[in-house]
Design a protein around this ligand. Sequence first.
Ligand code: ATP
Ligand code: LTN
Length: 331
Amino acid sequence: MKPIVLSGIQPSGHMTIGNYIGAMRNWVAMQDDHDTLFSLVDLHAITVKQDPKDLRERCYDFVALYLACGIDPNKSTVFIQSHVHQHAELGWILNCYAYMGELNRMTQFKDKSGKQGKNINVGLFDYPVLMAADILLYGTDKVPVGQDQKQHLELARDIASRFNNQYNDEVFTVPEPFIPKQGARIMSLQEPTAKMSKSDSIEKNYVSLLDDPKKIIKKLKSAVTDSETEIRFDRENKPGVSNLLELMGGVTDRTVEEVLKDYEGVEGYGKLKIDTGEAIVALVEPIQQRFHEIRSDQSAMRDILKQGAEKASERAQDQLDKVKDTIGLIV
Ligand code: ATP
Ligand code: LTN
């Protein structure tokens, strides 16, 4: 039996090169020797205000991007979270095993609630519990995500262990995070001490997988670095240059050390910026081409999603019944 892998991305903003390097590229790589489930987590996206028409289009765009990046529906179960009602249902149950105090400590909640002003919706607070449900519904062993999700993963592990201990039974598999050693936190191009985020309102901060190649080169050329000329990996003192090196490594599948060999004796950052821009373009051009083909056939996408939801739902129901039975609900 192959280890079970589940992960998800929210349909918000524009899928970035950070999402690709930190998460998607590992999803693709894990498909052959793992039992993989990849969800588009639309119920998570609505914790932030969305325009209904845009959201619907973006869901199709993101699914097309999953496929264009190399997620193969013959190898992986691809589905939309809201199509599998067991996610919301287990989410409710797990609410009764999660503590206000631990949710209050989540840094993503602190960041995002700061942006929502006074009326912070409950969904934003409860977000990590739904994420725990996503993971625990399938007996997931490994969860490939970027660094920013580590804290949420720890919460999912705590909830799973707490539940198992309370009922003295191994109802949930305690999942392990799978966070890449390199590229797990790609930084903003203009503000390299902040994470590159796909919902950023400032376009120059991120590279979208669907950006026009000319725009990508331009964004890379104007990436913020520092006033020295030495190309060296030092996240603390040279965050901009270090980010370029991680970007280059991430899109060409090399370590930062390997990338650095190409820049021995090179002074200044101009070449590194242009090379990185070109390497990103070389990666995204074929993805964009496949994206447009896949996106043009919405009914084929709907078929894939229907099959994915059916497969996921069957597995999820087994686990949900087990949970209900354990806690004393009549099944
Ligand atoms: P948003 O800005 O809309 O909250 P996001 O860019 O943080 O979005 P998510 O949907 O939250 O993206 O994350 C999808 C996946 O991409 C997660 O596994 C997350 O850890 C990973 N990820 C997000 N941003 C980065 C980044 N800058 N570098 C590496 N991985 C990232
Ligand atoms: N919170 C994650 C998205 C997400 C997820 C999941 C990731 C929701 N459910 C389950 C892995 C497994 C994020 O990237 N913001």
